[in-house]
Design a protein around this ligand. Sequence first.
Ligand code: CP
Length: 297
Amino acid sequence: MANRKITSIDDLSAKDIQSIAEKAIKFKNSKKRILENKPKNIFNLFLEPSTRTTISFELASKNLGYNSININFEKSSLSKGESFNDTMDTLMSMKPDVLIIRDKNNFSPMEIGKRSKIPVINAGDGTNEHPTQALLDYCVIREIFKKKKIKIGICGDIKHSRVAHSNIKLLSKLGYEIHIIAPTYFLDRKDLKKINNKIIFHKNLNSLKELDILMMLRVQKERIPKGAKNMMSSFKKEFCLQNKHLLNKPYLMHPGPVNRNIEISDDVLDNYPKSLILKQVEMGVFLRMACLQYILK
Ligand code: CP
C-alpha cells in the first residue's frame, strides 16, 4: 500500500476529512495526555516564515510523545547554496517517520512525495494549498454547526491564497454553499470554477446578508508583484472589513496572521464578539495531532 500523505485536500476523501475532524475534536475535549507507544521522528522543514503552523505541529508531535525536529532555511545548508533536491535526499536518508514542509514553490511537497516513500504533510506550498489549515478551519466550523449545511463566504486575496484554495476544495467536497468576495485582480475565477461550478461570486462586502460564516484572508503581500501598490490601497479602501459589513452577525474567521486595517479593521479585530480567529489557532494543535495519527496509521 502506498504511504499516506496530506499534500493536498485531493489526497483525502470526505470520509477521511470527517474522521480526522472527529479525532481532532476528541483530542480537544480530552483531558488526558495521549502518548503513543512508539516514538516517531517528525521533521518540520519550514522554508517560509510561520508562527501558528510550525508551533502547532511541534506541540502536536510532543503531545503524542513524538520527537519533533525543526529545520528552517537559515539553519539549513540551503542557505549555503545546497540544492533543494540534495537537501531533500539528505533529510530522507535520515529516515524521518513524517516530513512536514512549507515552501514558497507550488507543488514541492508533491514532488518530494514522488521521490520518497516517507509520508509528507504540506504545511503550505506557494499559492497552491495549505490543507491542514483548511482541515482545522473545518473542525472549528463543525464544532459550532455540526454537519448543518451553512453558507460560507471567503473574502480577499483568493488568487494568491493557499488557504483559500484548500478551503474551497474541502468545503466543495463536503457540499457547502460557497460565496467568494474579491476584486478581479485577486481572483482566479476560471480555476475556482473547475473545482466547483456552483460558487457564487460577489464584487463587494455590501450584500452578504445570508452568510453564516465570513472567512477573511491575508493579503499575500510577498506574492504580489512589486509596483502593485495601487492594488493594495484600492483593496484596503473597498474590502477592509468594518462593523457596517457585519450587520447580520456572521461568525468571523481568518487564518492569520492578520494585516490590521488592510483586510480587517482594528475595531472589528479587537471587539467583534463572534470572532473565531483564536479558536482557529487553538484547534490547530488538535487537528495536527489528528493528522499525524492519520498519516502514521
Ligand atoms: N495560518 C498560518 O499558516 O499561519 P502561520 O504562517 O503563522 O503558520
